[in-house]
Design a protein around this ligand. Structure first.
Ligand code: HEC
Length: 318
């Protein structure tokens, strides 16, 4: 940057340049980094202070150097310094791109025609316009060859590719967005973090009726293989979400728990299966056999697999 640029342009320019680079390189999700990570505010403040410090140092160095100059040199230096900031290159570029003629020199290009006193100037086509025109010609030629002769791709293919990409994005979103689980998509969560979260939810909401070890009290024993409303992650999730039979005391938790939380606590409950609680309540309901289990013991007692609900997005896609 030329030293002719005044400080009040230099400092903000550098400051915002660094700010922009920081925002570009720090991955902060939807929010700007400056809000997501407060430390960056401190960083930008430091940058500003350092920029000001550099300006001050440069200024004093200039001052010292100035004192060492001879009087003539000092005068010369002052003269060059007092020249105003000129946008010479910008003016030249503008002139090159428009080739406009100053009003005083219009006489050179005036034509002989005279229509009731209206005269015509023989201006050249402005170069910016001409260049743009050349660009459109080149674009047209490439387009013609690429799509009409070679047949690179067409709208159908483009559409299909975009739909495929969107579908992949939806899959990815569903995989990461745990709150989208419902009774049809819920799966047992084996992650320690999920099970710990499930345990917390259980301790906070469920122990009053089911006991901390799942042995049961007002609510049934959750550790045995007998289930009133069906075992397995899907049934348990459904019971938690929709509640038990009317008047029994088990409310629908979907009002107060998020789907992801219900999946976590349901998974936690399943991990209690087979443990021996201190005061186990007598079994209620029936032994539940997983219809998807590899070796069903008895086909008679097998339940029909829960009907798979159709994913509404699938319909939209087809
Ligand atoms: C107010 C007492 C109470 C609270 C609190 C409670 N439950 Fe229940 N729970 C019950 C009762 C009673 C039943 C039996 C419902 C029935 O017979 O229909 C039950 C049934 C269940 C069942 C089905 C058991 C089976 O044998 O099918 C599960 C799973 C369950 N509760 C999980 C939970 C979870 C998870 C929480 C906490 C988010 C919770 N419960 C909180 C009283 C409670």
């Amino acid at each position: 940057m030329s030293t002719k640029t005044p400080w009040w342009i230099r400092i903000p320019l550098l400051f915002f340049l660094i700010f922009g680079l920081m925002e570009y390189f720090i991955d902060s999700g939807d929010k700007p980094a400056i809000i997501e990570y407060p430390i960056t505010q401190f960083f930008m403040l430091m940058v500003l202070l350092i920029l000001i410090a550099i300006e001050l140092i440069l200024n004093s160095i200039e001052n010292i150097m100035f004192q060492t100059l001879s009087p003539e040199a000092q005068e010369k230096y002052m003269a060059s310094k007092n020249k105003k900031l000129e946008w010479k290159w910008a003016k030249e570029l503008y002139q090159k791109l428009t080739k406009s003629r100053a009003i005083e020199r219009e006489g050179e290009i005036i034509l002989d025609h005279n229509y009731d006193g209206i005269r015509e100037l023989d201006n050249v086509l402005p170069p910016w316009w001409v260049y743009l025109f050349y660009v459109t010609i080149i674009f047209g030629a490439i387009y013609l060859v690429r799509f009409h002769i070679v047949g690179d791709y067409d709208q159908d293919l483009e559409y299909e590719q975009e739909v495929a990409a969107a579908q992949a994005a939806i899959e990815e979103y569903k995989r990461t967005a745990k709150d989208l689980v419902d009774v049809n998509t819920v799966e047992f969560l084996a992650d320690a973090s999920d099970l710990n979260a499930g345990k917390k939810i259980f301790t906070a909401n469920c122990v009053v009726c089911h006991m901390a070890d799942g042995g049961g009290g007002i609510g049934p024993n959750l550790t045995d293989e007998y289930w009133i409303l069906g075992g397995g992650i899907k049934n348990v999730f459904n019971t938690i979400s929709e509640g038990g039979r009317d008047g029994k005391g088990m409310i629908a938790w979907k009002q107060s728990l998020k789907p992801a939380e219900m999946a976590q606590v349901a998974s936690y409950i399943l991990t209690m299966g087979g443990t021996t609680p201190a005061n186990p309540k007598a079994p209620e309901g029936e032994v539940w056999i997983d219809p998807d289990a590899p070796e069903p013991a008895d086909t008679e007692t097998m339940e029909a697999p829960p009907e798979q609900a159709v994913d509404s997005t699938d319909i939209a896609m087809n």
